[in-house]
Design a protein around this ligand. Structure first.
Ligand SMILES: [Zn+2]
Length: 271
């Protein structure tokens, strides 16, 4: 019954015209948006409207949470859902937004006292909990679609990983064969990245943080897939093809042939 009501509410929402001023925000703030095909844009608009309406949004640290902020974040999260079957990140009830970098409690913190850890973050995905974001970083990265990093994509990739209730860099997959292929490709790519980090002879394509564990590797690879697709294909074509099979989109179509930017992918730390 609840599902029926929810579907009816969603249909009603999608039957209303998409506001022009929302479209203007997408064109101004979401660098990927003009690059998509019109059917992809239509799908993104539908997905982000539901996401916008159904999540609980909270501004922290003095941030006045506007519709512009919500639309921009909802659009980037919806990019991950363009090709996949999904339920709008149903496990993520709320999105918490800070104006800039923020400090959050970590597992090591003593919740009895008022001190937070020294760790400063621009994004955090909590298992069975919220996604926390820094608006300053969200906006800068969203407007620069081939920067190579996007904190919203990173944190929501973590939430896809969490869907099968294990934090291991592997989202739920349809078949045993896909699971085996995923394990083979990602284990080898992760191990190679760790070796490169140890050698440190040149900047690595994947971030330093991607060397922490498989879940960080998947989140970082997802950022590269959406934001530097040609470079990821050149760097690790098997990882690219694996993610293309999972996300069911080919972001290379969105970008003109790569102009490799100086500095490769800037190393940015998310959690
Ligand atoms: Zn992370």
């Amino acid at each position: 019954m609840f599902g029926f009501l929810r579907n009816r509410r969603r249909q009603k929402l999608l039957a209303e015209p998409f506001p022009d001023w929302w479209d203007a925000i997408l064109r101004r703030n979401v660098g990927h948006y003009p690059l998509l095909t019109e059917p992809e844009r239509a799908k993104l608009r539908d997905t982000l409207r539901i996401f916008f309406a159904e999540k609980t949004w909270e501004g922290c640290g003095g941030l006045h949470l506007t519709d512009e902020i919500k639309i921009t974040i909802a659009a980037a999260a919806s990019l991950l859902l363009l090709g996949v079957e999904h339920d709008y990140f149903a496990r993520v009830d709320s999105i918490i937004v800070y104006p800039d970098d923020f400090q959050t409690p970590t597992a090591e913190d003593d919740w009895e006292d008022d001190f937070l850890s020294e760790t400063v973050a621009e994004g955090q995905a909590v298992y069975r909990g919220p996604v926390i974001l820094s608006w300053k970083h969200v906006l800068a990265e969203s407007r620069d679609p081939d920067l190579g990093h996007n904190v919203v994509i990173h944190e929501f990739a973590h939430q896809l990983d969490f869907l099968d209730e294990s934090i291991n860099g592997t989202p739920p997959l349809a078949t045993k064969a896909e699971e085996e292929r995923w394990a083979k490709v990602m284990t080898a790519a992760f191990a190679e990245h760790r070796r490169e980090l140890k050698r440190r002879t040149s900047p690595t394509f994947f971030s330093e943080q991607a060397g922490d564990d498989e879940t960080e590797f998947f989140a970082d690879a997802s950022e590269a897939f959406y934001c530097r697709p040609h470079d990821l294909f050149e760097e690790a074509s098997d990882v690219y093809e694996l993610l293309m099979g999972y996300y069911k989109v080919d972001p290379r179509r969105w970008f003109p042939k790569p102009l490799t930017r100086a500095g490769f992918r800037a190393d940015i730390e998310f959690s």
